[in-house]
Design a protein around this ligand. Structure first.
Ligand SMILES: Cc1ncc(COP(=O)(O)O)c(C=O)c1O
Length: 431
């Protein structure tokens, strides 16, 4: 039977966690800090829980240099829950902004003094004529988010800025040139997925078409960073919202994190009342997906898994210990590991085909096919079997696309990446 030390797990999520974190967590599950009670048994309203939440927030802010005008929320429902939450919350914020503009245009200083029927009528008109949600679809996950927006609101409100498949023979694997993007004039938000876990496509940098202008104004940009958060520096200021599940680079499955610009929260922006949304024919989100409610309650509107936050906190503290230069240090290692693996694949291009275009290759999810032999399916099976025999596990591609996928998350050590690169070489030589 293999031990943890024998295995390098390249699974796409949940990902492996550092052994030292799990050893400490195992003890904390039995007895947290000498309290005689485990961390999963303490109340989420206890002082212990508050300390764990506040420390994890502070450490995440420090590690990624998140400015003070951003709120950090611990949520539930996974990245998938966020596909819906983004729509509910940001359409609500859009309605609030429209209302303020309409009141201004009507010359009304206080909403209470407005003709309510007229205000509702004007808002209804604004919804019908102007509400647009922009989606850039570059892979399976942004495709799902785009479909969820259509499901919740209706296709007439959702604009497909770009579908990467259109310029790549019907398959994901490229990001269409920004000059071809069909951005709306003033969308409620622009959504994209920074790293497509299934397709191995990562935005090489922040899209220029979405960059704020010199005065700092720009579109409301939302990014799904579920599979590349904490692996590279991000220009936080360019985003209004970044979300990610914990289970790849931060911790174990169970919590989802949102980094949200405070201007989208009260007192600057309050969500419209359910009554108003009903009148406008817009959906009312479940309270558990409300950023406003989560922020007001420091992520504790309902029972949160403090154990999951604890694990995330331990992972962050370890990252800070290992990388005094914080995310820049981790970014350098992530690149080095990816170079080792891509390098071995490129050196044996008669045996392997890297799936995505070179310009958008993901540092985190390395997707490739084994092409050698009369029966590539059998070759891929042999590759997986040989890898597994060496303790290199979790390499099977996503069920929707097949092939091989090496997820090069932060917990993969440099030696693990080297071991895989060596196997890629030796399998090619034997092929
Ligand atoms: C980029 C990305 N977004 C969203 C999700 C969905 O996350 P969850 O399974 O937590 O709902 C995943 C899951 O792997 C993902 O990789």
């Amino acid at each position: 039977m293999p031990t943890r030390a024998d295995i390098t797990h390249f699974g796409a999520g949940p990902a492996a966690l550092p052994t030292e974190v799990l050893e400490k967590a195992a003890q904390a599950l039995l007895d947290y800090n000498g309290t005689g009670l485990g961390i999963a048994e303490h109340s989420h309203r206890s002082e212990h829980a508050a300390n764990i939440i506040n420390t994890a927030k502070a450490d995440l802010a420090s590690y990624l240099d998140i400015p003070d005008d951003y709120e950090i929320l611990f949520l539930q429902g996974g990245g998938t829950g966020q596909f819906s939450a983004v729509v509910y919350n940001l359409v609500g914020a859009w309605v609030t902004r429209q209302k303020a503009q309409i009141l201004k245009d009507l010359g009304v200083a206080d909403e209470k003094d407005a003709d309510q029927d007229k205000l509702t009528e004007e808002l209804r008109k604004a919804v019908q004529e102007k509400l647009k949600l922009d989606y850039i679809v570059t892979g399976g996950w942004s495709d799902k988010a785009h479909k969820e927006a259509i499901r919740l609101l209706g296709p007439e409100y959702v604009n497909l800025v770009s579908d990467a498949r259109a310029s790549n023979d019907g398959k994901f694997g490229k990001i269409a040139d920004e000059s071809t993007w069909n951005l709306s004039k003033d969308p409620a938000f622009v959504y994209y997925c920074d790293n497509e876990t299934v397709d191995g496509v990562e935005f090489p940098k922040f899209p220029e078409a979405l960059a704020p202008s010199a005065d700092g104004t720009g579109p409301i940009v939302v990014a799904d960073m579920s599979s590349n958060i904490l692996s590279r520096r991000i220009p936080i200021k360019n985003f209004s919202l970044i979300f990610f599940g914990a289970q790849k680079n931060l911790g174990c499955p169970g919590i989802t994190i949102a980094i949200l610009k405070k201007s989208l929260l009260p007192p600057t922006t309050s969500q419209p009342s359910p009554t108003l949304l009903r009148k406008l024919g817009l959906p009312i989100g479940p309270i558990v997906l409300s950023y406003e409610i989560a922020a007001k309650n420091n992520s504790l509107y309902n029972t949160l898994s403090i154990f999951d936050v604890y694990i995330a906190g331990q992972v962050l503290q370890r990252l800070m210990r290992v990388f005094p230069d914080k995310v820049d240090g981790q970014e350098a290692v992530a690149k080095k590991k990816a170079e080792l693996i891509y390098g071995a694949l490129e050196a044996n291009s008669d045996v392997y085909r890297i799936v995505p275009d070179k310009s958008v290759r993901s540092t985190m999810n390395i997707c490739f096919r084994v092409t050698k032999g009369d029966n590539p399916d059998e070759s891929e099976k042999a590759f997986l079997k040989g890898a597994s025999a060496l303790g290199l596990t979790g390499l099977k591609g996503h069920r929707s696309v097949g092939g091989i996928r090496a997820s090069n998350y932060n917990s993969i050590p440099l030696e693990g990446a080297q071991k895989l690169a060596d196997f890629i070489e030796s399998f090619a030589k034997a092929a």
